[in-house]
Design a protein around this ligand. Structure first.
Ligand SMILES: NC(=O)c1ccc[n+]([C@@H]2O[C@H](COP(=O)([O-])OP(=O)(O)OC[C@H]3O[C@@H](n4cnc5c(N)ncnc54)[C@H](O)[C@@H]3O)[C@@H](O)[C@H]2O)c1
Length: 250
C-alpha cells in the first residue's frame, strides 16, 4: 500500500535522498523545506521518474505552520503514515560566543523542530494504529562531543532521548519511533568550511574503516528500512550509520 510520507528539510542533502528513496519505493512524498526552489526541484525530479510528491514550505520553528500542514495533509490524503524529521543545522560557535539566542536557535530546529512535526500527527496515527517516525541524530550526539558545536551535540543527544521516550509511550498505539545517527555524510552541512569539515571532506575517509565518507543515499536507505515493515519489531533505537567510524577508532 502507498504510504503518505512527510519529510522535513527535504530540498537538499539527506532529506532529498530520503524523498527520492521513498518515492522510488512507491510512496507519496510530502517534500518540505525552507528552501523552496530546491524543494520544488525534488518534487519535479520525483514526478519525472514517475513518482508522486508535493512541496510545501515548512519552517520547523513554527508550531502553527507544522500544525496547519499536518491538518492539510490529513484533510487531502486522509492520513500521514511516516514522518522523517530530518531538518537540521550545525552552526560552529565557540563557547565564548554561545549566547542564549544561538543556543536556542539550534535547539529550536534540531530538537524541538522534530517534536513539532510529530506532535500534530499523533492523534491520526493513534486512531489508525499505524505510524513510523524516523528522526535524525548524529554521531556527535550519540558518542562524540564536537568542539565549538556544543549546542549541536546537546540537541542531537536530545534526539536520542526523544526517540526513546516517544518509542515507549507510543508503542501500544502501533507507532514506532527510531532514529539514525549519521557519521560523515557528503552534504552541504559537512562541506561547509565555515561550520564543519569543508570541501576536502573526502580526507576523512582516511580514518573511516570503510575508507570513504558516506553519501546521502547511504543514510536514506536506512531511513527507508526503519520506516518499513521490515523494522516492525524495532522502536526507540538510534542506529549509527558511519562506515565503521565509531567502532573502528581506538
Ligand atoms: N551531513 C552529515 O555529515 C550529518 C551527520 C550527522 C547528522 N546529520 C543530520 O542530518 C540531517 C540532514 O542534514 P544534511 O547533512 O542533509 O544537511 P543539509 O544542510 O544538506 O540539509 C539540511 C536541511 O534542513 C533544512 N533546514 C534547516 N533549517 C530548517 C528549518 N528551520 N525548517 C525547515 N528546514 C530547515 C535545510 O534547508 C536543508 O534542506 C540534519 O539533521 C543533520 O544534523 C548530518
Amino acid at each position: 500500500m502507498t504510504d503518505v510520507v512527510l519529510i522535513t528539510g527535504a530540498g537538499i542533502g539527506i532529506g532529498r535522498a530520503a524523498a527520492l528513496a521513498f518515492a522510488a519505493a512507491g510512496h507519496h512524498v510530502v517534500v518540505t523545506d525552507v528552501l523552496e526552489p530546491e524543494g520544488r526541484a525534488v518534487v519535479a525530479e520525483i514526478a519525472a521518474a514517475g513518482g508522486r510528491a508535493e512541496f510545501h514550505r515548512l519552517d520547523v520553528r513554527s508550531t502553527e505552520a507544522a500544525d496547519a500542514l499536518v491538518a492539510d495533509i490529513e484533510a487531502r490524503h486522509g492520513r500521514i503514515d511516516i514522518i522523517v524529521a530530518n531538518a537540521g543545522i550545525a552552526h560552529k560557535v565557540p563557547l565564548s560566543e554561545l549566547s542564549d539566542d544561538k543556543w536556542d536557535h539550534t535547539l529550536d530546529i534540531d530538537l524541538k523542530g522534530i517534536f513539532r512535526v510529530i506532535r500534530p500527527a499523533l492523534p491520526g496515527m493513534k486512531a489508525r494504529r499505524k505510524g513510523a517516525i524516523v528522526a535524525l541524530s548524529s554521531i556527535m550526539g550519540v558518542a562524540y562531543g564536537w568542539d565549538e558545536h556544543v549546542h549541536y551535540s546537546a540537541a542531537k543527544a536530545g534526539v536520542v532521548g526523544l526517540v526513546r521516550g516517544l518509542g515507549v509511550e507510543l508503542a501500544r498505539d502501533g507507532i514506532r519511533v527510531n532514529g539514525v545517527a549519521p557519521g560523515y555524510i557528503r552534504t552541504a552541512q559537512l562541506l561547509s568550511k565555515e561550520h564543519s569539515v569543508g570541501p576536502d571532506a573526502d580526507k576523512c575517509g582516511e580514518y573511516i574503516p570503510m575508507g570513504r565518507i558516506g553519501e546521502p543515499e547511504d543514510i536514506a536507505d536506512v531511513i527507508l528500512f526503519l520506516a518499513s515493515d521490515a523494522a516492525r519489531y524495532m522502536t526507540g533505537q538510534v542506529v549509527v550509520v558511519d562506515g565503521g567510524l565509531l567502532v573502528g577508532r581506538y
